[in-house]
Design a protein around this ligand. Structure first.
Ligand code: 5RP
Length: 292
């Protein structure tokens, strides 16, 4: 019988810093120069953290609220972020390489399902490494559905990206995907994030949860959090602050930024938490000041 993971039964070494051997990105000390260069465009060397803007929702949801016009909605937010996370279609049609050239690209490379389907896990690799290179991507992002009907297929998708990425020094970000009926417990997130890291992903994206520090402590690569459904701005900032305080290396937020009452103020408030160590209260004050 496999060992069941419960927080009480494990020693996660909470409070003991990750044993880094010099490079500022967790788990990446032993990679080659190109991989480290791309990771350094994503995770800012000064803070070790990243602010990604996720706007890939259209790949299975269509024109989500706040993203009806990618050409109008995204460019005003670009100055405040480190990484654009989107599909190649969105990037090529709506984002200027001239004005966003200093931003890293997290390229959505898996797809295959839509909101019309019950099982969202039936995905494939939809972008090959040549096009990722052509897009000047800094990492490839693929969903992994642990515990879903197509778990193995999504692990194969991730593995294809990791194998191809290793040949050219391009990181892969494994995205913990929670299907409509899947649980969101610390135990589940510890399992999924650790599996994805051990498959070779250099970055893991997941959701914030209780006991989050046990998730970040037991995952040997950096974790960034998704924002999830729109929350009132103070709650979104508190979630962000807690995630960073409990070991996240950044956020990959979408709806809680572009659906905020004032997206440009919100992205700056989130940036304050991620890079300037603002508390959630300080970030909320900043948000209120900026939206005046
Ligand atoms: C879906 C994704 C999305 O990019 C992400 O979840 C969207 O961000 P948010 O939840 O903050 O709107 O990776 O798996």
């Amino acid at each position: 019988m496999p060992d069941i993971d419960t927080a009480a039964s494990k020693d996660y070494g909470i409070g003991i810093p990750y044993q880094s051997q010099g490079f500022h990105v967790k788990g990446s000390d032993h990679y080659d120069w190109g991989m480290k260069s791309r990771l350094s465009r994503i995770f800012q060397p000064k803070s070790g953290r990243t602010l990604m803007l996720a706007f890939d929702h259209g790949y299975f949801l269509g024109p989500t609220s706040g993203l009806e016009r990618l050409d109008l909605n995204i460019p005003p937010l670009v100055p405040y972020i480190d990484v654009l996370m989107g599909t190649r279609g969105a990037l090529r049609t709506c984002i200027s390489p001239a004005t966003s050239g200093d931003k890293a690209i997290a390229l959505r490379c898996s797809s295959g399902s839509s909101v019309l389907e019950e099982d969202l896990s039936n995905e494939c690799v939809s972008v090959d490494i040549q096009d990722a290179i052509r897009m000047n991507a800094d990492c490839m992002a693929l969903q992994v559905f642990i515990g879903a009907p197509h778990q193995k297929q999504t692990i194969e998708n991730l593995s294809i990206a990791v194998n191809e990425g290793m040949k050219v020094g391009m990181p892969t970000m494994g995205v913990v995907a929670v299907g409509k009926t899947m649980e969101r417990t610390p135990q589940y997130f510890r399992l999924a994030t650790r599996m994805i890291a051990e498959f070779g992903a250099q970055i893991v994206k997941t959701y914030y949860c209780d006991d989050f520090e046990t998730v970040t402590a037991s995952c040997p690569v950096p974790i960034v959090i998704a924002g999830g459904k729109k929350l009132p701005e103070p709650e979104a900032l508190t979630m962000c602050y807690r995630a960073i305080s409990e070991g996240a290396a950044g956020v990959d937020m979408g709806r809680n930024i572009f659906q905020a009452d004032h997206p440009i103020a919100m992205v700056q408030a989130v940036r304050g938490i991620v890079h300037d160590n603002l508390t959630d209260k300080q970030a909320l004050e900043l948000y209120k000041d900026l939206k005046k």
